[in-house]
Design a protein. Structure first.
Lengths: 713, 323
């Protein structure tokens, strides 16, 4: 059989067309049911008792009073006596009651004695944190850093920082768990439909309950945000299943907003002292950085500094600081927003010191950006065109009269995005109906739509001619949606499965068209001799020739249909009130490549969302911890701010497509566009006010401090 | 949230009879219910006052204006014609939360809502102390705390959006309790508590705030409110200023300057008022009044920027008032 390819541009009827997400009407009309919406007969409500200490040993847990309270049906201790808790908000006891109110009231009557232990919640450097709280992860040189700085004619030194933020999923983590004999059914808000059953089996074993992964069914048709924080059942998911087992009734347990922000994942901070040098003409020659950051008690990985630019002589050190702030989780493009911020701001400051337009400076050094350098160049120029950079850019410090100053800033980013393991089953029924089934999930990114487009395109059918079945682990196993790997996985496996199914159908139909199967094509709802619509048969009639048995064909991820490695450039325009320090977004332009774009509309939507999310962390987001008590001070959406509709400005998105991009095949897109906004917005603020605000988020306080107008830390 | 009794009176008299130390007045509920959910208050009885007709309505009264305590914030904005003379109130009301919240939230609730101090909201008490009784705010994260009137024990800021405007306009509030009705200046509704049990409002547990009165004397005063906020969408102001001016041509005869979000109570700046009296109000005079307002501020470790915001808010409110 010939290799399976994407259709040639002229033969694409759906791929590359602007198609609205197929589940849009379900979501906007409220018919889409999220985990929060699942209510089972006789269902109980679960609540958890959380640690009030940042670090403590649990001496005694007394659940007696709670167990005797009205409506309480089951209690489960999640952290046993004698063990330690490591952050304020860590789950200690779970219980389930007839009503949510009863569960809450009972949770208030669980008595836990703690012996407090020393804690650290401050986002401090290794010197202040001390050796017990520090892990050095990297101390590495390339080239000759010392000689590099000797060659440098202009050197910039600066300190930059990006704080701990949270995922703040609008649908919090949680599940509804229901036992049916020894089988467990879970409605779980997850990025990992196929991979969660095994985690339930393992987690429940530790709680003394044996259940085979094959006896755990996972259902997640819709979910309200994961961003890397929803890859499994989590301790509260296991607790819900344990409570359901104990009570013999289904249990719904969704995290409260404060719990979501305290425990369900944070993005590690990154701070660094950076020295970077260049020749007078802008050629980068040397880099030195000492960085640190915290992602709770884990080390959170080694951030790839300097970002993208392979500066020939460099010395890079990085340490993790261990803190009691709650655990880190993968946050949309792990590490990249942080390293992008530290790198692109330092380079922008160096450009200012060189007296160069940062666009010219970036282009000057584009040669050391690796294999995507031609893409970055094209994307920077395209973005510059969209925001009229050459017309609107000015040297640092807007000279306009009045308190409001405008400025432009830029940044570039990269990401991998290879396709994950994927298996698709395509079924063609004798009545002409088609189902494609994958144990995948749609995080809101448009996965369902993309699968529909690929299957319908392959079978020559309209979108409505294909039923997409996902969000259930009874379907063929698929990868977790992380690393922007979903679209590559599901689009290629669907293409293969649909092609295999079609080939079987063409064999059945060929004799009636006096042709061989390889002379046939499926197009416009018909099977026809290639290029000869006179010799054709409508899809339904073709399928009727199957007799009683449907066609069932499988497809796996096909590496020849996909690849990895994308680039993007973003430019931001801001207006800063220099009397109040308030920053207003005026515009972001985002130029992005991701190979062959299946659906430009949902792809652009990913980039819009990323620009908004990037604006949130550039201007507002920070998990604020109290040194004295170890508590998080803003576990709510009041002081853990996300941008609102008035705060995001205009967003223009341009997807790089066509020759040079399409032939690379499909590449994931979810993460890369969220990498640049922090750096681009910070650079725009520096350009506007003529001073660097070295830390995110860029609050009025920090702007005024940078301007020397009475700000404080 | 603990279980509670729910009472639904139809007159103020009935409501007052139902109140007491263990009861709370429920109007819009936008603050009370969150306080209850977070176990910060645990009333045994809620007395719903939304069914009391005499508490509603907005209308002219004795040459001035009467605003019922249970009039919603959105109703204020719907009475633009009636309130046209008081942009200070409309500006402040427009800035409150979202349309959904303004549809629920009431004028009385805006005045009597509890502070947003994150130590208070995290369960450390209104005066924010640790288990040993040491104050948390001075050494803690006090970026949103008071820069005036903050020598302790209260460090929070008064969260009311309407209060600075009402105080600047010389408004009065009427209360009714078991000892009968009384009327006080809006400014006197607020106080800085001296002990944990004390409330930041001068209202007795068995009293209901029944109405706000804008006196006839406020008519003809140029007035405005200016808010500085980090986010345009649904955010608490970092600092606000409300001003009301009696002008004689371009000259200020009498000025009322009241800052919000900077002290445990709405903060009247006599220094700014003095600086303005007799002045021709232009940009320089407005800036001078802003500088005067900032004098005497005692920022805590992390809120020095609010001094600058207070300064700018006063300047911009003054310029808006005469625009």
């Amino acid at each position: 059989m010939a290799d399976i390819k994407w259709p040639a541009p002229a033969d694409r009827h759906l791929i590359g067309k602007r198609i609205s997400r197929i589940d849009g009407p379900f979501k906007s009309s409220g018919r889409a049911k999220y985990t929060f919406d699942i209510n089972r007969p006789n269902m109980l409500f679960g609540k958890m008792v959380l640690s009030a200490h940042a670090h403590a040993k649990i001496d005694k847990i007394d659940t007696g009073e709670a167990e005797g309270m009205p409506g309480v049906r089951a209690v489960y201790t999640m952290v046993p006596e004698g063990q330690e808790v490591n952050w304020v908000g860590q789950e200690v006891v779970a219980l389930a009651a007839d009503t949510e109110e009863q569960a809450e009231e009972a949770a208030d009557h669980v008595h836990i004695d703690y012996s407090p232990l020393p804690f650290l919640v401050a986002d401090t450097d290794p010197q202040q944190a001390g050796p017990d709280r520090t892990k050095q992860l990297r101390d590495q040189s390339e080239g000759d850093p010392q000689q590099g700085f000797q060659q440098a004619e202009v050197t910039h030194e600066g300190a930059y920082g990006i704080p701990v933020i949270t995922h703040c999923c609008l649908e919090s983590h949680g599940s509804v768990a229901e036992w049916n004999g020894d089988k467990l059914n879970v409605w779980l808000s997850t990025q990992n439909v196929s991979g969660s059953a095994g985690q339930y089996s393992d987690g429940l074993k530790q709680a003394g309950i044996n259940v085979a992964p094959s006896d755990v069914s996972i259902d997640c048709q819709y979910m309200g945000g994961g961003f890397g924080s929803k890859f499994g059942p989590d301790s509260w998911g296991i607790a819900a299943a344990v409570l359901a087992r104990k009570a013999g009734r289904p249990v719904k347990m969704m995290l409260e907003r404060d719990h979501e922000l305290l425990s369900a994942g944070c993005r590690p901070s990154l701070h660094g002292r950076i020295k970077v040098g260049a020749k007078k003409d802008g050629t980068l020659v040397a880099w030195d950085s000492e960085s640190w950051g915290t992602g709770g008690m884990g080390s959170a990985g080694t951030p790839p500094l300097p970002y993208i630019f392979k500066i020939p002589n460099q010395h890079v050190r990085h340490s993790a600081v261990l803190t009691n702030i709650g655990p880190a989780r993968a946050w949309r493009a792990p590490n990249h927003p942080q390293v992008c911020f530290l790198t692109m701001t330092a380079l922008d400051d160096l450009a200012a010191k060189l007296g160069m337009d940062p666009l010219d400076f970036f282009l000057k050094n584009i040669g050391i950006t690796g294999p995507r350098s031609a893409n970055y160049q094209e994307e920077l120029l395209r973005a510059a065109d969209m925001i009229a950079w050459k017309k609107n850019w000015h040297p640092r410090g807007d000279r306009a009269t009045g308190p409001v100053k405008r400025g432009l800033g830029l940044s570039i980013h990269t990401w991998g995005g290879a396709g994950h393991v994927s298996n698709c089953r395509c079924t063609i029924q004798p009545d002409g109906s088609v189902e494609v089934a994958l144990g995948s999930q749609d995080l809101g990114t448009g996965t369902r739509t993309v699968i529909d487009i690929v299957a319908a395109e392959t079978l020559g059918l309209p979108l409505e001619g294909v039923q997409v079945a996902i969000g259930d682990n009874k379907y063929p196993p698929d990868g977790a949606s992380g690393g922007s790997t979903t679209v590559g996985g599901v689009s290629s496996s669907t293409r293969v499965a649909a092609t295999n199914a079609l080939n079987q159908l063409l064999e059945k139909v060929a004799p009636s068209l006096n042709a061989t199967p390889d002379q046939l094509e499926a197009v416009g709802g018909r099977i026809q001799v290639r290029g000869d619509s006179a010799r054709s048969i409508p899809w339904k009639q073709a399928c009727a020739k199957l007799g009683a048995a449907p066609i069932v064909a499988m497809g796996q991820r096909d590496a020849s249909l996909i690849s990895a490695g994308v680039g993007g450039a973003q430019m931001a325009q801001v207006a800063v009130d220099t009397e109040t320090g308030v920053v207003r977004m005026e515009k972001i332009v985002a130029v992005q490549d991701c190979g062959l774009v299946i659906d430009p509309k949902t792809a652009e939507s990913q980039v819009y969302g990323a620009c908004i999310m990037g604006t949130c962390y550039a201007l507002h987001e920070e998990k604020i911890m109290d040194d004295q008590t170890g508590a998080c001070l803003n576990p709510n959406m009041e002081f853990y701010r996300l941008s609102g509709i008035d705060d995001i400005g205009e967003i223009q998105v341009h997807m790089m497509t066509g020759p040079g991009y399409d032939e690379r095949g499909v590449i994931g897109l979810g993460e890369p566009p969220v990498v640049s906004p922090g750096a681009a917005i910070s650079n725009a603020v520096a350009n506007a006010i003529g001073a660097r605000v070295p830390d995110l988020p860029i609050t009025p306080n920090r702007v005024l401090m940078a301007l020397g107008k009475g700000g404080a830390v | 949230m603990r279980s509670f009794e729910y009472a639904n009176p139809s007159t103020v008299k009935q409501a007052v009879a139902l109140l007491g130390a263990n009861a709370a007045v429920l109007a819009g509920g936008t603050d009370l219910i969150t306080l209850m959910k977070d176990s910060l208050v645990q009333p045994g009885r809620l007395v719903n006052v939304k069914g009391i007709r005499e508490l509603g309505g907005i209308g002219a009264s004795g040459g001035g204006l009467r605003i019922g305590a249970s009039a919603t914030l959105e109703e204020l904005l719907e009475h633009r014609e009636l309130l046209g003379e008081y942009p200070a109130i409309l500006d402040a009301a427009e800035g409150i939360a979202s349309p959904q919240m303004r549809n629920m939230g009431t004028v009385g609730g805006d005045l009597l809502q509890r502070p947003r101090c994150w130590y208070f909201r995290n369960g450390f008490g209104l005066l924010a102390r640790d288990s040993q009784g040491r104050p948390l705010v001075p050494k803690g994260d006090n970026r949103y705390h008071a820069i005036f009137g903050n020598s302790g024990p209260a460090y929070f800021v008064s969260p009311s959006s309407l209060a600075p405007a009402l105080v600047a306009l010389g408004a009065r509030v009427r209360l009714e309790g078991s000892k009968g009705p009384r009327e006080i200046a809006a400014a006197d509704l607020f106080r800085a508590p001296q002990s944990e049990g004390e409330r930041e409002h001068a209202i007795e547990p068995d009293e209901i705030l029944t109405e706000v009165v804008i006196p006839a004397s406020a008519r003809g005063m140029r007035n405005a409110t200016y808010e500085v906020r980090e986010r345009q969408f649904m955010d608490w102001p970092l600092a606000t200023a409300s001003v009301a001016l009696r002008m004689d041509g371009k000259q200020v005869r009498e000025a009322h300057v009241v800052l919000g979000q900077v002290a445990p109570t709405p903060w009247r700046s006599e220094a700014a008022e003095k600086a303005l009296a007799g002045q021709t109000l232009d940009e320089a005079a407005a800036a001078g009044a802003g500088d005067a307002a900032a004098q005497g501020a005692h920022p805590l470790s992390r809120n020095g920027y609010k001094v600058q915001l207070a300064r700018v808010a006063v300047k911009r409110a003054l310029l808006a008032a005469i625009a």
